[in-house]
Design a protein around this ligand. Structure first.
Ligand SMILES: [Zn+2]
Length: 176
């Protein structure tokens, strides 16, 4: 029997959207195992204005402004990324700095687990196939990403505007 749907708050849903798709895919495929793995995973990660960390029983997400700090007229030798390291008018960004916090939220790991357990069994079965590498390797990360997107869109209740990937870029452009 599928447990009753877990109603997430908007903030909780937004936090879920910022968990790596691969991690969330694991949790959908096998809730208890995926949560255990998240709990044991690197405690702190992020970049480009995003931070994710586990503290106690919660996963926290913070999105802050990531502002060009020191600009230079000429590029250093290592510069090979036309997007990230330059302003729209082509100035090289030597350093970024942290600005204001744009979003912060958290959700407890047991709630993430209950949410995953309340998803339709059919979705979990598909996720299991896309996640599994043993006893048969059927891993398909594109399919897993689709399942994660489906789970979030149909069973999360918050707008899809802010995904980790889109957010990083869209959020960044908004700051220029
Ligand atoms: Zn450059």
């Amino acid at each position: 029997m599928t447990p009753r749907p877990v109603m997430l708050t908007d903030d909780e849903a937004r936090v879920l959207r910022e968990v790596w798709p691969l991690t969330l895919g694991h949790i959908i495929a096998n809730p208890a195992d995926g949560i255990q793995s998240l709990r044991n995973s690197c405690a702190h990660s992020g970049g480009g204005g995003w931070q994710r960390w586990i503290q106690g029983n919660r996963i926290h997400i913070e999105h802050h402004e990531w502002l060009p700090d020191v600009l230079a007229d000429t590029c250093p030798d290592w510069c090979n990324d036309p997007e990230f390291w330059h302003t729209p008018d082509g100035k090289h960004i030597n350093r970024w700095r942290r600005g204001d916090v744009l979003f912060e939220g958290s959700i407890t790991l047991p709630r993430v687990q209950r949410w995953a357990e309340s998803l339709p069994a059919e979705l979990r079965a598909r996720a299991l196939v896309a996640w599994r590498t043993w006893p048969e390797n059927t891993r398909d990360l594109d399919e897993l990403a689709r399942i994660v997107r489906e789970a979030l869109d149909a069973h999360c209740g918050a707008p899809a505007e802010l995904t980790h990937y889109a957010g990083q870029i869209v959020g960044q452009e908004a700051l220029w």
